[in-house]
Design a protein around this ligand. Structure first.
Ligand SMILES: [Cu+2]
Length: 174
């Protein structure tokens, strides 16, 4: 009787060991799937256009401090004023400045340009694109082509706003 018990125990161990050995096949299958993945990814193309939305608030803030696009893309940007204060006291615009522009100098000059959406007309070569000034509950959409790859600044040029209402506009190479 004891001999039979021992024999069964040996058989059981042998079965367990062969079950563990089977795990190797699964691991091999998984690593094969990983190796095939990159080919599928490289087929993804950059879209020709991109739509961006940025919000301005009654607290003098943009809801984003970075926007990213790819060189050559047609950019459709919508600025939404999600507050309720009027354009005269808490107006916002969105201005994309050229890389050579100095935001502080532009912001200071903008205060004397209320009739042109706070875009100083003697500094138009510093402006890549801009929306009009809007008030609470309003929105404005503009379309422009993304400039050359690099880092740009966007600001709101309403008097006193550029210092806090600003962010990076990143243009990635194609
Ligand atoms: Cu503003």
């Amino acid at each position: 009787m004891n001999i039979l018990k021992n024999y069964l125990a040996v058989v059981l161990v042998a079965v367990l060991m062969s079950a563990c050995g089977g795990g190797g096949t699964k691991e091999q299958a998984a690593s094969k799937e990983v190796a095939e993945a990159p080919a599928a990814e490289s087929a993804t193309a950059v879209p020709d256009s991109v739509a961006l939305v940025i919000e301005g608030t009654d607290n003098m803030k943009f809801n984003k401090d970075e926007l990213k696009v790819t060189e050559g893309q047609v950019v459709t940007l919508t600025l939404k004023h999600v507050g309720s204060m009027p354009k005269g006291s808490m107006g916002h615009n969105w201005v994309l400045l050229a890389a050579k522009a100095d935001p502080a100098v532009f912001g200071a000059a903008a205060t004397s340009a209320p009739d042109t959406d706070y875009i100083p007309q003697d500094k138009l070569d510093w402006v890549i694109a801009h929306t009009p000034v809007i008030g609470g509950g309003e929105e404005a959409t503009i379309t422009f082509e993304a400039p050359a790859a690099g880092y740009y600044k966007f600001i709101c040029s309403f008097p006193g706003h550029w210092g806090v209402m600003q962010g990076d506009f990143v243009v990635q190479p194609k």
